[in-house]
Design a protein around this ligand. Sequence first.
Ligand code: SF4
Ligand code: SF4
Length: 431
Amino acid sequence: MNVLEIIKKLEDDIGKCAKCGLCQSVCPIFLELGRESSVARGKVALVEALSEGRIKATSTLAEKIQCCLLCKACVENCPSGVRVDHIIFKSRAIIADIRGTSSVKWLLLKIILRHQWLLNLSIRVVSTFQIILFKQTGLNNTHRSRLNIGLNRRRVVLPLARKALRDEWPEVNLSYRPKGKVVLFTGCIINYILTKTGDAVIKVLLEHGVDVVIPKDQSCCGIVAMASGDETTFKNLAKNNLKLLSNLNADAIIVACATCTSTLKHQYLSLLFNEPGEFHDMAEKVAGKTYDISDYLINILRVRKIPQKYLKSPSKKTIATYHDPCHQRCGQRGYREQRELIKMIDYVKLKEMPMPARCCGGGGSFNLSYYSLSLKIAEKRVTDIEETGADIVLTNCSGCHMQLIDVLTQRSSSIQVRHPVDLYYEALNAV
Ligand code: SF4
Ligand code: SF4
């Protein structure tokens, strides 16, 4: 689709905005900066001016469109149903088309991300040299960069795993008393960094009598490319995943990251393949079969309690609180199911925050471009977490996980960040 066609399509969405300003009170960026250009209404007005030729795609405009977490809080609260996320995604694609892409982004998105073997090789190389590139912080198994490699020197990161999840496990894993067969879509962070969570997901499914297929050739879900204005790479990755996942004849596609779940379940259909055709049919099939792991355990396998043999008597309850990722709470079911899973564990007490779905400020690549602003938003979230007195904060989004561990470690906090399935798996084994 060329730029003119994209602009034409945007006009329908832009025209729905009644300029009521109700999006102001929910936008994490507007609440920090207080500028009209940071809120949905202001961004919609700028894109409208661009589509009518009243302003040009300057670097200032690109910066204003870029400064958005794509958290969808505005979409959820808009009385006119404006798909602000679609407007932002598409307008970034228009601006990238007009202004071009930096050579680093071009290399990362158009070359490395599009070729899975090259992504695997690049990760292996960085993983081998990470001991030189990063030094340990001494807290939460986290690292900081030693050298100037484009990461803020304050930033705290988790190390890459020695072996990727998809290299660690065979493609087909049999439970030997099969009640079903699922495909695991790992997502990049769980494949390369949070591999223990990936292990927990696979072991829990096997323990519940479900065969697990982990396709080696799956790609990144691609939303990072779309958020960077590279719709071609997003489409390329989506097509690979759709062909692979729709052909596997499984009962369900299991995902443990809310952003990947939202991409497979909603974004392939709504952003790319919303008109009849071969890929629309595949996207519908994949969307219908995609489940967050907790959703699958509670609603399909009907897990209601942990068998008595697995329960250990608690000497002291662990206090946990739950951070709902924006991509889970906005437009997806599943946040109740995460809690149901945790409430089954007798030695964990769940203590809710007043605003469990307050944005953590991560926003995928947003925190690479706007690190200081991202930290300001995250500080509020981490204060909420600390005020609960929790030992653990749970979340089911890999991006939120990385953001929370960064800020907690910078504050020398001992609060751990875990996935609910990590705890559920530990409880199953706590004999
Ligand atoms: S985006 Fe929605 S909430 Fe915001 S000004 Fe427009 S109509 Fe109102
Ligand atoms: S998606 Fe989030 S950050 Fe972006 S304009 Fe909407 S509320 Fe603000």
